[in-house]
Design a protein around this ligand. Structure first.
Ligand SMILES: O=P(O)(O)O[C@H]1O[C@H](CO)[C@@H](O)[C@H]1O
Ligand SMILES: O=c1cc[nH]c(=O)[nH]1
Length: 234
């Protein structure tokens, strides 16, 4: 057991899907995994292990934001030796040609979180990066499914309700969308020599105000989850 995860040794797979929402973890486990077993209920941050096409896979809720995901992935890597960490999250689009329901693969994540400056010291801007192998497999899977899949820079924001939103500037500098965890995921995976990828569904458009219905969200979540699972087993 670790402080925030109640699983015993060997109850967590070497590959873990990471949704922010613990109920999305439950949905993924019950919909996509065979024989899912609940291994964590601490703080209701559900974690399950089952199999997908014969391979052992876990899915663990992370909560929202850098501090919360940092707790879960630190413990998954250090206490449970997790090797492959794939976030399956939502994001808000800021580019005109990025539409709600699109799936985005984060190649890197810009951020206003202090995580990288805390690790590297004040004047260094570390560039957190996706694992190329996972990224390529996920991209190929999205193309094979005929989806509008995009890969690029996302922004990991500390604040959902920003005092000083700079979305137009971010868009000008080619950032595709805004979410709240990827920079920490990539930096901490690199620190421990593990592979990481964020697969994101656009749930809303920050500039145009377009939103997805609950039904549309469910369909695109399924696409995102299948992309992540196929990348994990290939
Ligand atoms: O849908 P999840 O994975 O939680 O991701 C996004 O949604 C939350 C904000 O509503 C933040 O965690 C953001 O990154
Ligand atoms: O962090 C997030 C996630 C979805 N939509 C947003 O606007 N922000």
């Amino acid at each position: 057991m670790s402080i925030h995860i109640g699983a015993k040794e060997n109850e967590i797979a070497e590959t873990v899907l990471l949704p922010g929402d613990p109920l999305r973890a439950k949905y993924i486990a019950e919909t996509f995994l065979e024989d899912p077993k609940l291994y964590n209920e601490v703080r209701n941050m559900f974690g399950y292990t089952g199999t997908y096409k014969g391979k052992k896979i876990s899915v663990q809720g992370t909560g929202m934001g850098v501090p919360s995901i940092s707790i879960y992935i630190n413990e998954l890597m250090q206490s449970y030796n997790v090797q492959n960490l794939i976030r399956v999250g939502t994001c808000g689009a800021i580019q005109k040609d990025v539409k709600v329901r699109d799936v985005i693969l984060a190649m890197t994540a810009s951020t206003d979180s202090t995580i990288n400056r805390t690790i590297f010291g004040g004047s260094i801007d570390y560039a957190p990066t996706a694992d190329f192998d996972l990224l390529k497999k996920a991209y190929d899977q999205g193309v094979e499914k005929g989806l509008a899949i995009k890969a690029g820079n996302v922004f990991t924001a500390d604040l959902f309700y920003s005092e000083n939103p700079q979305f137009e500037k971010f868009a000008k500098f080619n950032i595709l969308a805004v979410e709240m965890e990827t920079a920490a995921l990539y930096t901490l995976a690199a620190k421990f020599g593990r592979k990481a990828l964020s697969v994101l569904t656009v749930s809303d458009h920050i500039i145009t105000g377009e939103e997805t219905t609950a039904e549309e969200r469910q369909t695109t979540f399924n696409d995102m989850i299948e992309i992540a699972l196929e990348a994990a087993i290939k």
